[in-house]
Design a protein around this ligand. Structure first.
Ligand code: ME8
Length: 522
């Protein structure tokens, strides 16, 4: 069985997660679900990155131990993933014992090899970003990434000899065009960071102690990126007594991350792996920002959209749908209440929801709920069938290239075609003529079958929606295999009319309510 290993970043439990973190995780979930459904043995990893000065400071401010603080947040993260229907296979916490031990061994191994050495660190530190900067990198005394003030830092520290592996990494990136995606980000990494020359990376700290102690020098804790990045292999048991999962799933098929941490994933991480003689991940995909009113949403800015509130108001799948369909995967996209409601009403309530309720209602009304035979073919049938049969291949191709909005676009083309088929074939007129009942039956059969295709294809993206459609059309097979023929709907079984799957949202009423939520401080 082919394996597929996909990861999200491990998130800082410095505050509750917002819709931006949710975006990455939902996208990874859709890909993981798709691959599982396509027959892959999937490992989908997510988790929390719990060490560092920032967490230590927050815990101190709150008067609790760091572990107590992060325990609470991590519980909330797990609840959020449950709410969002995230099907992760493993959740790693960097405070897990096995991870701590593996990171200590990794650090020691790199030291013994001569790739890590002790020296003195002098420079600037951005606490919110947990990033060190040199004199030339800071801008007007501020962090070049986030614009917040940096602090002077001077301390004994261990350093990683990054430059030793730079040429090898440049060659790897140039020889493997799929390694950094989207393509534009590859040039940014090569030209802005790698080619000008890499500085050695500071990999330990002594000014705080909320971290993994360096096993041979207990004054030092491992500086957060070696700790954090290693999660992708320690979660698989790398360096432990049981390396079964590591052997099975590594190298990762894709590390899905936001573009903010691309540098860490495409420079530091591969160099660490080279030093450890471990194969590199096949791909690092850096998606864009979810913006609110033109700015990046972030925990430290406090301009977050709370996914829990959105789900309470609209349900899980409208949120998943908007993130997956509306945000161009790889580029920035705007989260905006008005667009969100418009999109939910147009695509979910109108296109998909109405197709389902109209079809099921007509089967109930004209055939007493019993699914008719589909043998009486006529105009427009072939076009619908041909499109349905070609859609799985198109979706597969889009997903293969991680073009998630495009994949959904193909499914909605089919949904749109089915709605058009109703207009073209006018079942309500045929229903007036008893002699045309067979033809009417075929049309409804084809619509149910188009709905079965849509449900099967949409399932990885909107799992609840697929289940609700399946229930109403009474389909017993939503596998991808069943989409090789347009005849999976069972004639003679009964539809089960249910609630409207996406009630229309009253834009004006909700907008006012939502406006308050969008800028909700934590
Ligand atoms: O960086 N739009 O954790 P983090 C889209 N612990 N995605 C967003 C986003 C936004 N506005 N804001 C955050 C860390 N994200 C490290 C990672 S990995 C070994 C260590 C997503 O909690 C995006 O995926 O700051 C980004 O990379 C991640 O959250 C950063 O999460």
């Amino acid at each position: 069985m082919k394996t597929y290993y996909i990861t999200t970043p491990i998130y800082y439990p410095s505050a509750n997660l917002h819709i931006g973190n949710t975006y990455t995780t939902v996208a990874a979930d859709a890909l993981a679900r798709y691959k599982r459904k396509a027959g892959f043995d999937v490992m989908f990893l997510t988790g929390s990155d719990e060490h560092g000065q920032k967490i230590q400071r927050i815990a101190e401010e709150k008067g609790v131990k760091p572990i107590e603080y992060v325990d609470g947040i991590v519980e909330g993260i797990k609840d959020l993933w449950k709410l969002m229907n995230i099907s992760y296979d493993k959740f790693i916490r960097t405070t897990d014992d096995y991870h701590i031990k593996a990171v200590q061994d990794i650090f020691t191994k790199l030291y013994d090899k001569g790739d890590i050495y002790k020296s003195v660190y002098e420079g600037w530190y951005c606490t919110p970003d947990e990033a060190f900067w040199t004199d030339t990198q800071i801008v007007d005394g501020k962090c070049p990434d986030c614009g917040r003030p940096v602090e002077k830092a001077k301390e004994e520290a261990y350093f990683f000899k990054m430059s030793k592996y730079a040429d090898r990494l440049i060659r790897h990136i140039e020889d493997n065009p799929e390694f950094i995606q989207p393509e534009s980000r590859k040039n940014e990494m090569l030209n802005n960071f790698l080619k000008p020359g890499l500085q050695d990376l500071c990999v330990s700290r002594t000014s705080f102690d909320w971290g993994i102690p360096v096993s041979f020098d207990k004054e030092h804790v491992v500086y957060v990126w070696i700790d954090a990045l290693s999660n992708y292999i320690t979660a698989l048991g790398y360096g432990s007594e049981n390396e079964e999962n590591y052997k099975k799933y590594w190298p990762a098929d894709v590390h899905l991350i936001g573009k903010d941490i691309l540098r860490f994933h495409t420079i530091y991480w591969p160099i660490m792996l080279m030093a450890l003689d471990v194969e590199l991940p096949k791909q690092v995909f850096g998606h864009g920002w979810l913006l609110v009113d033109g700015g990046k949403m972030s925990k430290s800015k406090g301009n977050v959209v709370d996914p829990v509130v959105l789900v309470e108001h609209f349900g899980v799948d409208p949120v998943r749908y908007f993130l997956l369909r509306e945000i161009p995967f790889g580029n920035d996209g705007l989260f905006n209440n008005e667009t969100f409601i418009k999109k939910t009403n147009a695509d979910l309530a109108n296109d998909l929801g109405n197709l389902l309720s109209r079809t099921v209602a007509m089967v109930s009304k004209y055939f007493g709920g019993t699914i008719p035979s589909g043998s009486f073919t006529g105009d427009f049938d072939d076009e619908l069938k041909t499109l349905a049969l070609s859609t799985p291949g198109l979706v597969e191709e889009s997903i293969g290239n991680l073009r998630i909005p495009e994949a959904l676009g193909h499914i909605w083309t089919l949904i749109g075609r089915a709605n058009k088929y109703i207009d073209e074939t006018t079942p309500w007129i045929l229903a007036r003529d008893e002699e045309k009942k067979d033809r009417l039956g075929t049309i409804l059969y084809n619509l149910l079958e188009a709905l079965r295709f849509s449900a099967a294809l949409v399932e990885p993206f909107l799992p609840d929606t697929a289940e609700r459609i399946r229930e109403q059309i009474n389909a017993d097979d939503l596998t991808f295999e069943s989409l090789s023929a347009f005849n999976g709907t069972k004639e003679g079984s009964s539809v089960r009319p249910g609630n409207v799957i996406f009630p229309r949202i009253d834009m004006e009423m909700k907008l006012e309510e939502l406006a308050k939520l969008t800028a909700k401080p934590e």
